[in-house]
Design a protein around this ligand. Structure first.
Ligand code: IPD
Ligand code: CA
Ligand code: CA
Length: 268
């Protein structure tokens, strides 16, 4: 077992505090679900409220840091080298439908002297299962108080793979079908569970063997990239030379499966 640093503890406390009302709201959503009005506005309010709680706690602890949140965009800080990256509810569609698979996810990005950025800490929390995934650069990845590692399977035909399916208003439907066609013939199974942050966390914990998706945003992937790399896996874009932190496309897997999956995806 490892003890989180003071900085990581700030993130964990902020996430747990912001998620507390969210777990209650989830119960309410399950009620609204069956009403004619539906839970739409209520969910938007939950997103905004959760992000506001995170903004307050994180900026209180580190007043100079910048903040990039899905709901409020970029708020620059006086410290240009550190930025919080936040998705208050990742898996909103699940949340709306009363499905207990969504997460609050927070990462800290640091800009180096040469201009490169890297994620140095990340927390992804599923409040319904009370599963807190966390990682710090160079210190490993954890689920609650247990160290986690990517799965050891090295053959695609044994691999269970997560992905995201495009939906109304999103690009990439044709490309996705081609990729799926390439993979379904070669893998043990493909799942679409609906939270990018948890897809990464589940690769880190060895539940999934790999995960790929396109057209994500930085807040969908930031904590997850660190979780998977600290759990011994590899995360890149699907196409060459991209920055996975942008979310443009991602392929996450253990070191054996990663090149095999990339090869199939590029052939699609
Ligand atoms: C979504 C989830 C989903 C992914 C979508 C994201 P949201 O985030 O991560 O798994 O497929 O592309 O937009 O909207 O629930 O925060
Ligand atoms: Ca998201
Ligand atoms: Ca979201």
């Amino acid at each position: 077992m490892s003890t989180p640093s003071a900085l990581l503890q700030v993130m964990i406390d902020a996430v747990r505090k912001a998620a507390r009302p969210l777990a209650r709201d989830f119960g309410e959503v399950q009620e609204l679900q069956v009403s004619r009005k539906g839970p739409g506005d209520f969910v938007t309010a939950a997103d905004l409220k959760t992000e506001a709680a995170l903004f307050e706690s994180l900026l209180k602890a580190r007043p100079g840091y910048g903040f990039l949140g899905e709901e409020r965009g970029l708020v620059e800080g006086t410290d240009k080298t550190h930025t919080w990256i936040v998705d208050p509810i990742d898996g909103t569609t699940n949340f709306v439908h009363g499905m207990p698979h969504f997460a609050v996810t927070v990462a800290l990005e640091r800009r180096e002297a040469d201009g490169r950025t890297e994620i140095v800490a990340g927390v992804t929390f599923n409040p319904i299962l009370n599963e807190l995934f966390w990682a710090e650069r160079g210190k490993g990845a954890f689920l609650n108080d247990k160290r986690i590692r990517v799965a050891g399977r090295n053959r695609l035909d044994d691999a269970l793979i997560g992905t995201g399916v495009p939906f109304v208003g999103r690009p990439g439907h044709g490309q996705f079908l081609k990729e799926l066609h390439q993979l379904t013939q070669r893998v043990a199974g493909v799942r679409r569970l609906g939270s990018s942050a948890l897809d990464f966390a589940w690769v880190a914990a060895g539940r999934y063997d790999a995960y790929w998706e396109r057209n994500l945003k930085p807040w969908d992937v930031a904590a997850g990239i660190l979780l998977v790399t600290e759990a011994g896996g590899k995360v890149t874009t699907i196409d060459e030379d991209g920055d996975p932190k942008s979310g443009v496309s991602i392929c996450a897997a253990n070191l054996d499966l990663h090149p095999q999956l990339i090869e199939k995806l590029r052939a699609a």
